[in-house]
Design a protein around this ligand. Structure first.
Ligand code: UD1
Length: 420
């Protein structure tokens, strides 16, 4: 297994380009199943999760052609299998996103039940109940969700009793081809859902309320192919900003957007960062200062994203002062704090809250990543630590960060990958 070896102590300084969004690329790739002709999707990040989603489409018989710039041409009309097998779903839970499109377009889907993962149990009950409300018959059998809608799906009013990103995406993709109108209430409003909805509209879908928690979808008979470019990755953006802040550095991130990162930018300013933004760039300058500790609470968009919690916990670990970080979305997502403590951080866990007493310096150590964002937090910690840090199990990081060591090297970090 590959490892990252980091010599701490460099202040990040420089300019990099942000990649396309993993979390909007995945549902958009699933949405290509809804089209009745070829789709062209551009600005996809070159990441394992994206490759897994393409492999899933291909194993269903879908024709996928990819160029060197990660622009993909997908012809869903060649599909011959309607199954998402365990081997692929177990490596990526987002495979569940093919359920809604398969059911809406072809009336059947067999999708392996996604299990839990390191950050919590992660059920899909709301996805299934929403599809049932739209007339699907669903059985769970032999570890598979077997869903059928031989006469097609019907529009329905469905209130999601918890805000779920994947659930909203699955039901939105199902509703665009359902007969009649669907109202999704208490829908998630994450920018990735807006991106998916805009792609669906470009395919001919009729959706009102995009960007709000009430989506009204008028089903159409068919959707056509289109060309769509995936939005920038706001979590990758936030990660490099937090890394620069933790090291007292300065970065300019290009090909990104400030409007989808408001909660994160506000917290960085509270930490003492000087932030300047343009139409497609964000610059952060700590002017060599140590960050001030910032307390935060994760919640659905537009509040502070759970996917940025670990990186801010790492920054807080070396900040001036004390802070409380409350995780309200996933029950097990403060797990990386134990690894940070092994590097000399002072973090006490009380239920879903991390109480952090900032220390001046962390000490390099061998640490192990438990999930994607936790790995990013360990890389940040390694960059501010004295001496050498080895981050093991970085296959997690490769699921979500394109060329992480190259990008960090360009910003002046001393980091290298060692094949395991
Ligand atoms: C997506 C993101 C992930 C992010 C998360 C929250 C992708 C590929 N992943 O994950 O990076 O951390 O949103 O912003 O986009 N829940 C239920 N029943 C359900 C569905 C969800 O109880 O049927 C619960 C989950 O256990 C969790 C909460 O709802 O506690 C939010 O989960 P959800 O928004 O669905 O996360 P994902 O879509 O899996």
């Amino acid at each position: 297994m590959d490892k990252l070896i980091i010599q701490g102590g460099s202040r990040l300084n420089g300019e990099i380009k942000i990649s396309g969004s993993k979390n909007s690329g995945l549902p958009i790739l699933a949405a290509t199943l809804l089209a009745d002709g070829p789709m062209h999707i551009c600005n996809l990040p070159h990441l394992n999760d994206i490759t897994t989603m393409l492999a899933l489409l291909r194993c269903m018989g879908v024709d996928v052609t990819i160029d060197e710039k990660m622009c993909v041409e997908i012809d869903p009309t060649t599909i011959r299998d309607f199954e998402a097998p365990y081997e692929l779903v177990k490596t990526m839970r987002a495979s569940i996103l093919v359920l809604g499109p398969l059911l809406a377009r072809f009336g059947k889907a067999d999708v392996s039940f996604p299990g839990g993962c390191a950050i919590g149990s992660r059920p899909v009950d709301i996805h299934l109940r929403g599809l049932e409300a739209m007339g699907a018959e669903i059985e769970v059998d032999g570890g598979y969700i077997r869903a059928r809608a031989p006469k097609g799906l019907k529009g329905a009013r469905f209130l999601m009793d918890k805000v779920t990103v994947g659930g909203t995406e699955n039901l939105l993709m199902a509703a665009v081809l359902a007969e009649g109108t669907t109202w999704l209430e208490n829908a998630a409003r994450e920018p990735e859902i807006v991106d998916l909805a805009e792609c669906l509209v470009a395919m001919g879908a009729k959706i009102e309320g995009i960007g709000t928690d009430q989506l009204e979808i008028q089903g159409v008979k068919q959707l056509h192919g289109c060309t769509y470019s995936v939005m920038p990755d706001r979590i990758e953006t936030g990660t490099y900003l937090a890394a620069a802040a933790a090291t007292g550095g300065r970065v300019k991130l290009r090909a990104t957007r400030a409007d989808i990162l408001e909660a994160v930018l506000l917290k960085l300013e509270e930490a003492g960062a000087k932030i300047t933004v343009g139409e497609d760039w964000i610059e952060l300058d700590m002017e060599g200062r140590r960050p001030r500790a910032v307390s935060l609470r994760t919640a659905p968009y537009p509040a502070f994203p759970t996917d940025m919690q670990a990186q801010f916990t790492a920054m807080n670990a070396v900040s001036e002062g004390a802070s409380a970080v409350v995780e309200t979305i996933f029950e097990n997502r403060l797990i990386q704090t134990h690894e940070l403590n092994r590097m000399g951080a002072h973090i006490v866990l009380e239920g879903n809250t991390a109480m952090i007493e900032g220390v001046e310096k962390l000490k390099g150590a061998p640490v192990m990543a438990s999930d994607l964002r936790a790995s990013a937090s360990l890389v940040i910690a390694g960059m501010v630590a004295e001496g050498e840090t080895t981050v093991d199990r970085i296959y997690h990081i490769d699921r979500g960060y394109e060329c992480i060591e190259e990008k960090l090297q360009m910003l002046g970090a001393n980091i290298r990958r060692v094949p395991g």
